[in-house]
Design a protein around this ligand. Sequence first.
Ligand code: HEM
Length: 366
Amino acid sequence: MSPLAYHFPYLPIPKFRRRDRARKRLQALVGDIVRKRRAQRDKPTDMFQSLIDMAYQDGSKLSDNEITGMLIGAIFAGHHTSSGTAAWVLLELLKHPQLMRETRQELDDLLGARGEVNFASLREVPKLENVLKEVLRLHPPLIILMRQVSEDLQFKDYTIRKGDMVWACPPLTHRLSRLFANPEVFDPARFEPDRREDKNLMAYQPFGGGRHKCSGNAFAMFQIKAIFAVLLRRYEFELVDAPECYVDNYSDMIVQPRSPCRVRYRRREAASFASEYGRQGKDAAQSDGCPVHTAKAPPRLSIKLDEQLCQGHAVCTGEAPLHFSMGEDGVLQINQTQIGPDQLAQIENAVRYCPNQALRIERGDP
Ligand code: HEM
């Protein structure tokens, strides 16, 4: 995680030697599993197996070294980013007691003391979601996003040449006042429907953007909602140090709160819950006040997919299985582009929950 590893990955220093020894051991472990799986008849259908099965265009398979590298990449992509973000959600809630009360109340109303945390119950938790989005705006864990320029381009007085690297810096972009009102203020309400300050996809970039936007973004949002649906209903927290002591550590490549970062916790009293199971299970989409939902459906509507943005999360296939399915090649297929009036609510959910906003509803025929 250190910038040193990025700039001089092979320096002969003790921690890099430990890293290289650990990688050799890991590769040996991975190699054993690969060989066991190759011999196995019923293969599991997980990511590990996909890496074992996939082949280059010339038919050659990935080596143990490459599979190990891909696994390390995937685990690192998901782990430090998520743990740092989860830590910041708790810290920001503790720094803003009114937001903590409102967020906890939202979870209590939804799930009560004993309601089950599952995919359906956590689909819409707007207050917690907005807190999470605001945490990602002010504390994006990845602060350098790189792209190689594919053709010469002119920006003001600069010519940026094909082959050059350009970097985006989310914590900086997120603090531009022409993109976000009062950017230094922690204000989750900026994402409410009347403001939607995240609607400019290239301005709000905690997960990057375009074709290579974080492919774990839907999972990341969901897992953090799940973590807080459990933590805030089980425990009470408080900051140990003064609020201003909790700051980002910008000296690492993946930015997290600076250690020591201490909070105190105790088990929550059951008596503090108004209801045992909350209103979980109720489909929030039925009463969301969305104008397209509540208005009479226009005569002809169709689905448009931006193939450049779709990463195959397949959320839409769950929301509207009649219209969407995944092909065997992992590419999304639209089975039917036209939308009947009784299918509108499902398609709207597919559009709304698409992690990459790759779907649109358009008036007119497909
Ligand atoms: C709060 C949590 C997370 C944040 C803030 C985050 C952020 C990012 C960012 C900024 C990128 C670079 C995108 C770009 O260059 O445009 C990225 C890439 C990626 N992330 Fe995440 N990530 C998170 C969680 C996860 C999780 C949980 C997974 C896996 C389950 C994951 C898997 C990946 C992968 C595979 C890529 C590379 C995508 C590509 O190059 O096509 N991330 N992430």
